[in-house]
Design a protein around this ligand. Structure first.
Ligand SMILES: NC(=O)c1ccc[n+]([C@@H]2O[C@H](COP(=O)([O-])OP(=O)(O)OC[C@H]3O[C@@H](n4cnc5c(N)ncnc54)[C@H](OP(=O)(O)O)[C@@H]3O)[C@@H](O)[C@H]2O)c1
Length: 329
């Protein structure tokens, strides 16, 4: 079936500026880390991307290694782009990243100029595009000078292979160093991508969001649902089709009764707000100053619809925030 996007797709989605840059992102972005690999059902992947775009989600987040097998999420997205979205390329923000293990030998991971530039070229080929909108260094490299990695990002942007640069998983000190270098180079640098959710507030504690606000850089937060924990998914056991059942990045034995107790208490607060827990989890990260977009994952189109439906209630009362803090303490 041929696809034509919903003409009302920009009617209700909110867009926030990445720091002080000109680039705006939807408050919810879709990540393709899980469920878009060569092992997954293509038609479901396609429906998820179509659903997202129909709801005003213009930003799709990838990385060289997403799959399985590594690289296959970019191939899947490239196929959907060609089949359904080629005419709308200028309405899309596509990002990719390099830094985690991708190929054998000394150049297949981390942060050397050699790795980042070669990996970007590979991603463009898999995606079938001439450029990505954002290219990130995926994780800090303790053994490569920040200047080398940032110069590689700068070169990638200046050679037209990406429009903007980003970093991911940097602690605030290293992020500050990267920002200083990129500022000196005048690289269009827009985003820092970090994990942030009600169960993991490390970047909030460490001052990452404060830094981003001071520096005028956007923050995009991944795993806002804690990989599905902050939803109703696990309240009655571990469903066979869930991420925890696959026991990969989310381990079934990490879902302890103590954790479930806290999730149930959060679920009750969400219901008191007239929301699902998943909806409240997204609203909660978006309430953190310095956050531009919540980068969610999904395994089916309905989940994306649920999350977007919850965007109609983003505000929290002081009492609700205090109740959440008490559960998380
Ligand atoms: N920079 C980095 O190092 C890094 C690391 C990790 C992720 N990321 C990015 O962040 C993206 C999102 O990460 P994530 O997948 O961990 O995010 P997440 O949004 O915390 O978790 C997504 C999972 O939550 C469940 N879910 C989603 N919507 C739901 C709903 N409405 N109701 C019930 N369950 C729902 C689904 O689980 P089921 O699959 O069980 O249905 C889905 O796969 C990734 O795709 C990637 O782009 C970046």
């Amino acid at each position: 079936m041929s696809y034509s996007p919903d003409p009302g797709r920009y009617d209700s989605m909110a867009y926030r500026r990445c720091g002080r840059s000109g680039l705006r992102l939807p408050v919810v972005s879709l990540g393709l880390w899980h469920n878009f690999g060569s092992v997954d059902v293509y038609e479901n992947c396609r429906r998820m991307v179509q659903t997202a775009f129909d709801l005003g989600i213009t930003h799709f987040d990838l990385a060289n290694n997403y799959g399985p097998e590594p690289g296959s999420a970019e191939i899947t997205f490239g196929r959907i782009l060609k089949q359904d979205l080629a005419a709308w390329r200028d309405e899309l923000v596509i990002s990719s990243k390099a830094g985690y293990y991708m190929w054998p030998g000394p150049y297949g991971e981390w942060g050397s100029r050699k790795n980042l530039i070669a990996s970007c070229d590979q991603s463009l080929r898999r995606l079938g595009v001439e450029y990505v909108d954002i290219f990130y260094h995926h994780r800090p490299d303790p053994d490569t000078p920040v200047e080398e990695s940032m110069l590689a990002l700068d070169q990638i942007v200046r050679s037209g292979k990406a429009l903007y640069a980003g970093i991911s998983n940097y602690g605030p000190e290293r992020a500050a160093e990267a920002i200083r270098v990129l500022r000196e180079l005048k690289t269009p640098f827009v985003l820092h991508q970090v994990r942030y959710n009600m169960l993991d507030r490390a970047h909030e504690r460490q001052g990452s969001f404060r830094l981003l606000q001071e520096e005028g850089v956007g923050g995009i937060v991944f795993s806002p649902l804690a990989q599905g924990l902050l939803t109703g998914r696990y309240l009655d056991g571990i469903p066979a089709d869930s991420r925890a059942a696959r026991n990969g990045f989310l381990k079934a034995d990490s879902i302890t009764s103590e954790l479930l107790g806290r999730i149930r208490a959060l679920d009750a607060i969400a219901r008191g707000r007239g929301q699902t827990l998943a909806e409240m989890a997204v609203a909660w990260v978006l309430a953190q100053p310095g956050v531009t977009s919540a980068l969610v994952g999904a395994s089916r189109p309905e989940q994306i619809r649920d999350i977007v439906a919850g965007l109609s209630k983003l505000d929290f009362s002081a009492a609700e925030l205090a109740a959440i803090d008490t559960v998380l303490a």
